[in-house]
Design a protein around this ligand. Structure first.
Ligand code: SF4
Ligand code: SF4
Length: 377
């Protein structure tokens, strides 16, 4: 695939700013401002999906982007997730609804969403790889690819069986680069072997790499005090030569301004700077309890409406505290406030819906028991 992006930063539309706790209640005025600034600075790539922001992200694309900017001034990516395919007809039903919701006319990039061993049989059963090529032949999709959340061996098999796929979207960040489960480096190397450019998702690991332990923050500050903590994560991913785009799920104007400041004239990290990232990863790994990326894939189908990623975030923060000494943190109050309108961790009925869709393959039910023991008690 010939791809020469002028700028390697993409606007990930999965954590858009909200007016309320309702994911679908998007602050459209702020999204419009962010969209305008992003384009004004010469960036063009937007990434959405069927279920992002409570199924409202694609509608926000129409409001903020396609209805306000010329079609040739941006590129748009969206996705089809196996969790919503029950029949051959569902593929077109969802695709046509996406065209309608976004008002895009066509999609520059279209992905089979979050392929992993559990979902691959659905994509194969409903012949989604060939279906995607038909969409390309019809001119409704310019580039066909998939996002991937599994082991490098499976990725190798898929790319061998489907050489027609033009690109792969992978979770890459300095914390997961050598991790036992995500294996960012090994997956990236499979893509290099097959000559497939990579789009990076979760470069900041759902915010985990924006708020890091003080000792880790000091390492970055000692190396270059002018650079923000999240910038290290985004620049790490963008420094990989086979990476064509790094998606950042920006939620505020300040986040966007910071990202634009160093990605406008991007300079890859030096070897020494990469080494600092790995030392920081060692510190974070020694302290993180639940490696949740806050993607929210799990929340939509939870019958008990449990605020899973929010509870994990509070719990992770508390696990970094010296609780024996402090005895209490503000997160106990935050938990009470959150759970006024949502199910508590103890309400989990262990139905397993969330675990079947979690791209990080987390033992959510077990972790919720830990959260419950911590807060509900
Ligand atoms: S296992 Fe628990 S948290 Fe997960 S979807 Fe079921 S009720 Fe919700
Ligand atoms: S638990 Fe899994 S699916 Fe849910 S937000 Fe975290 S990473 Fe995403």
């Amino acid at each position: 695939m010939n791809f020469t992006p002028e700028k390697k930063l993409g606007f990930g539309l999965m954590r858009l700013p909200q007016n309320s706790a309702d994911e679908a209640d998007i602050d459209l005025e702020l999204v419009k401002q962010m969209t305008d600034l992003f384009l004004e600075k010469g960036f063009t790539y937007f990434d959405t999906a069927w279920m992002y922001n409570g199924f409202a992200s694609e509608n926000a694309v129409r409001e903020a982007l396609t209805s306000r900017h010329p079609r040739e001034s941006f590129t748009l990516a969206t996705k089809l997730h196996a969790g919503f395919i029950r029949s051959f007809e569902d593929r077109d039903r969802i695709f046509n609804a996406q065209l309608e919701k976004t008002g895009a006319g066509y999609f520059d990039y279209y992905l089979l969403h979050g392929i992993e061993a559990g979902l691959l049989p659905t994509y194969e059963k409903f012949d989604c790889f060939s279906w995607l090529l038909h969409k390309k032949a019809e001119g409704l999709v310019k580039h066909a690819g998939f996002s991937f959340h599994d082991q490098p061996e499976l990725l190798d098999r898929i790319l061998t069986e489907h050489p027609e796929m033009e690109f792969v979207q992978l979770q890459i960040n300095y914390l997961d680069w050598e991790s036992e489960w995500i294996k960012s480096r090994a997956c990236y190397e499979v893509c290099v072997k097959h000559g497939k450019p990579v789009i990076v998702m979760e470069p900041v690991k759902g915010g985990t790499l924006a708020k890091i332990p003080e000792s880790a923050e000091k390492l970055f500050a000692d190396e270059d005090p002018s650079m923000s903590v999240p910038s290290w994560a985004i620049r790490f991913a963008a420094s990989l030569p086979n990476v064509m785009m790094v998606l950042s799920g920006m939620s505020t104007l300040d986040q966007m301004k910071d990202n634009l400041s160093y990605m406008s004239d991007f300079k890859p990290l030096t070897d020494k700077e990469k080494e600092v990232c790995f030392r920081v990863a060692d510190i974070i790994n020694s302290q993180i309890t639940v490696p949740c990326t806050a993607c929210h894939y799990c929340t939509e189908g939870c019958p008990m409406n449990i605020a899973i990623p929010e509870y994990f975030s509070l719990y992770n923060e508390d696990m970094r505290e010296n609780l024996e000494e402090k005895g209490w943190t503000i997160n106990f109050t935050n938990y009470e406030l959150l759970s006024e309108k949502r199910g508590k961790a103890k309400d989990c009925i262990a139905c397993g819906q969330c675990e079947s869709i979690c791209p990080q393959h987390l033992k959510i039910i077990d972790y919720l028991k830990d959260v419950s023991a911590h807060y509900d008690a």
